[in-house]
Structures are given as structure tokens and as C-alpha cells.
Design a protein around this ligand. Structure first.
Ligand SMILES: Nc1ncnc2c1ncn2[C@@H]1O[C@H](COP(=O)(O)OP(=O)(O)O)[C@@H](O)[C@H]1O
Ligand SMILES: [Mg+2]
Length: 290
């Protein structure tokens, strides 16, 4: 575990990282690209993408959500029918369409969506034969990157070429974690992949933060695992804890972020708090003296 926290980039690297970021920001505007990844399914990646996108947009940030999961849950969760897409993330990855022509507006919530569906499985297979295959998403987003303050990429529940494309396009990785007994299992392979991407194609990549999701404070194990995470990863763990909340689970069936389903729910409050924390982290990063 100690090894893992080192790989995450400890807090001691803060100044160095923000210098690097400042240089990149000069070229690419102030956009932050965050991949939401964890190869475990059902840990809250999609829920986090959709609701963080809506919450950041509610604070007047320009946000793009990119759906890299063939399940298309983020697309559906934003109220866009994945079965009736004229163009999709698959076409963009394969270079048949531009991101600009493919991006849609979320029907509810003031943010944009690069929608995805099961065609992404085809893109994944086709990319395997390509040179420069890891760079496809990064290159495709380059022309639109400057239009947004945040680009959130929803990753599939596996470490495949779609995830590697997301990590190559990203500046940071947000890792949602369910605080259960096996939560840490598999984390080391994700951190290894992040390290590999960093050393080969994307030296700017860092772990942006670990997010505790579906937390039920009445369950002791949940509290224990939560404390363990903070002990190992320290300030990489977001202070915001997302509780298990039925409104969060219901909202996708209405095709809307929870903020537009029940804005007073604990789920909505949690994702607004997370957006606040994300913005504070960004402020700290940009105001750290050189
Ligand atoms: N905080 C939460 N409280 C209750 N249900 C949740 C919460 N977060 C996610 N869910 C539900 O759990 C399931 C898995 O979440 P999801 O975000 O799709 O995970 P992933 O994208 O990692 O597979 C979904 O049905 C979702 O609605
Ligand atoms: Mg998902």
C-alpha cells in the first residue's frame, strides 16, 4: 500500500506538479480533463460523471462529459437515447467524425455530452490494430478542449484500450471507491496502468482523487474501510463522502442528473459538495506560488 501512495504522487510534489500544469494550461487554456476510472463495475463511476458534470455546470463551469463505456449509461443518464445516435464516440475514436460534430447538449443540466454506445466495443477492437491507438481520444478532443473548463470521461469497468485512451487524454484520474471489504482489490492494477500511461504517453497524468461512494455510516465495515483509505492515501481522498441515496439510483431512469430530480436530496448535496471540493483543489493548484 505504501508503494501505491507513492505512485499517486504525494502532496510533496504539489509545487512541481502545478508548475507542470501551469505550463500545459498556457497552451491548452485552463481546461482540466478528468478520467473517472475503476475497473470494478458498480462503484459509482457513471453516477459520479453525470452528477459531477451537472454540479460543476450549476456553478457556471463549462463542462463536457465523454462517454467511453459501451454500456452508454452516462449517455442515457443524461437523457440522451444511446440507440438513436447519429454520431457517437465510436466514430470520433475511429476518426470518422469530429468531436465538435458529435457533441450534444444534455437535455437537462447545462453541459455537453460526447455520447457513447455499444459501438465503442467495435472501436476498441479496431483500435487494437492501430499505431498511435492510445492517442486517439486525446487528439480528437484537442480542437474542442479549450471550449470547456472541465472534461469528465466516464470509463468502462475494465482496463482496456478505451480506458487507456481516456487516461492518455486526461490530466487527472478520479477513482470512485465503494467502501467494502474488497474495495482495494484491483486498485493496484489501476495504479500500475496509470503509472504505465504516465511513463509512456502522458507524463502529466496524476491521481486527482479517490472518492468514497455509496457510503452507509451505519455499517461499521464501511467506516473502517473509509478510514483505511484516508490512512493510506491521505489528502488524495476527497473529504466529500457520497452516501447511499435512493434519489441517486432513481435519477438515471428519468434521464436526468439528481440535481434536476431532487435537488434537496442527500445525493444532490453530496455531488454539489464534491464540485466545490474539485474547484477548491483547482484553485489551490493554480495559486500555488512558483
Ligand atoms: N450513492 C449512491 N446511492 C445509491 N445508489 C447508487 C449510488 N451511486 C450509484 N448508485 C447506483 O449503483 C449502480 C452502479 O452505479 P454506477 O454509477 O452505474 O457504477 P459504475 O459506473 O461504476 O458501474 C447504479 O444502479 C447506480 O444508480
Ligand atoms: Mg458505468
Amino acid at each position: 500500500m505504501r508503494d501505491m501512495s507513492l505512485r499517486c504522487g504525494g502532496s510533496g510534489q504539489g509545487n512541481h506538479d502545478s508548475d507542470k500544469w501551469r505550463r500545459t494550461a498556457g497552451l491548452a487554456g485552463m481546461t482540466r480533463v478528468i478520467a473517472v476510472a475503476n475497473q470494478k463495475g458498480g462503484v459509482g463511476k457513471t453516477t459520479t460523471c453525470v452528477n459531477l458534470a451537472a454540479s460543476l455546470a450549476a456553478t457556471h463551469r463549462r463542462v463536457l462529459l465523454v462517454d467511453m463505456d459501451p454500456q452508454g449509461n452516462a449517455t442515457m443518464g443524461c437523457g440522451i437515447d444511446k440507440m438513436n445516435l447519429e454520431r457517437s464516440a465510436c466514430d470520433v475514436l475511429l476518426g470518422d467524425e469530429t468531436a465538435a460534430d458529435t457533441i450534444l447538449s444534455a437535455p437537462e443540466g447545462d453541459f455537453s455530452v460526447l455520447p457513447g454506445n455499444e459501438d465503442l466495443t467495435l472501436a476498441e477492437v479496431r483500435l487494437l490494430q492501430d499505431i498511435g491507438r492510445e492517442m486517439r481520444l486525446r487528439k480528437a478532443l484537442a480542437p474542442v478542449r479549450g471550449l470547456y473548463d472541465f472534461i469528465l470521461i466516464d470509463c468502462p469497468p475494465s482496463i482496456n484500450m478505451l480506458t487507456v485512451n481516456a487516461l492518455t487524454a486526461a490530466d487527472g484520474v478520479l477513482i470512485p471507491m465503494q467502501c467494502e471489504y474488497y474495495a482495494l482489490e484491483g486498485l493496484s492494477s489501476l495504479l500500475n496502468t496509470i503509472e504505465q500511461v504516465r511513463t509512456t504517453v502522458n507524463p502529466e497524468l496524476e491521481v486527482f482523487g479517490l472518492l468514497r461512494t455509496m457510503v452507509d455510516p451505519r455499517i461499521n465495515l464501511s467506516n473502517e474501510v473509509s478510514e483505511q483509505l484516508v490512512a493510506h492515501f491521505e489528502d488524495k481522498v476527497f473529504r466529500t463522502v457520497v452516501p447511499r441515496n435512493v434519489r441517486l439510483a432513481e435519477a438515471p431512469s428519468f434521464g436526468r442528473p439528481v440535481l434536476y430530480h431532487d435537488r434537496t436530496s442527500r445525493g444532490a448535496m453530496a455531488y454539489l459538495a464534491l464540485a466545490g471540493e474539485v474547484l477548491r483543489r483547482e484553485d489551490d493548484r493554480t495559486t500555488t506560488p512558483m
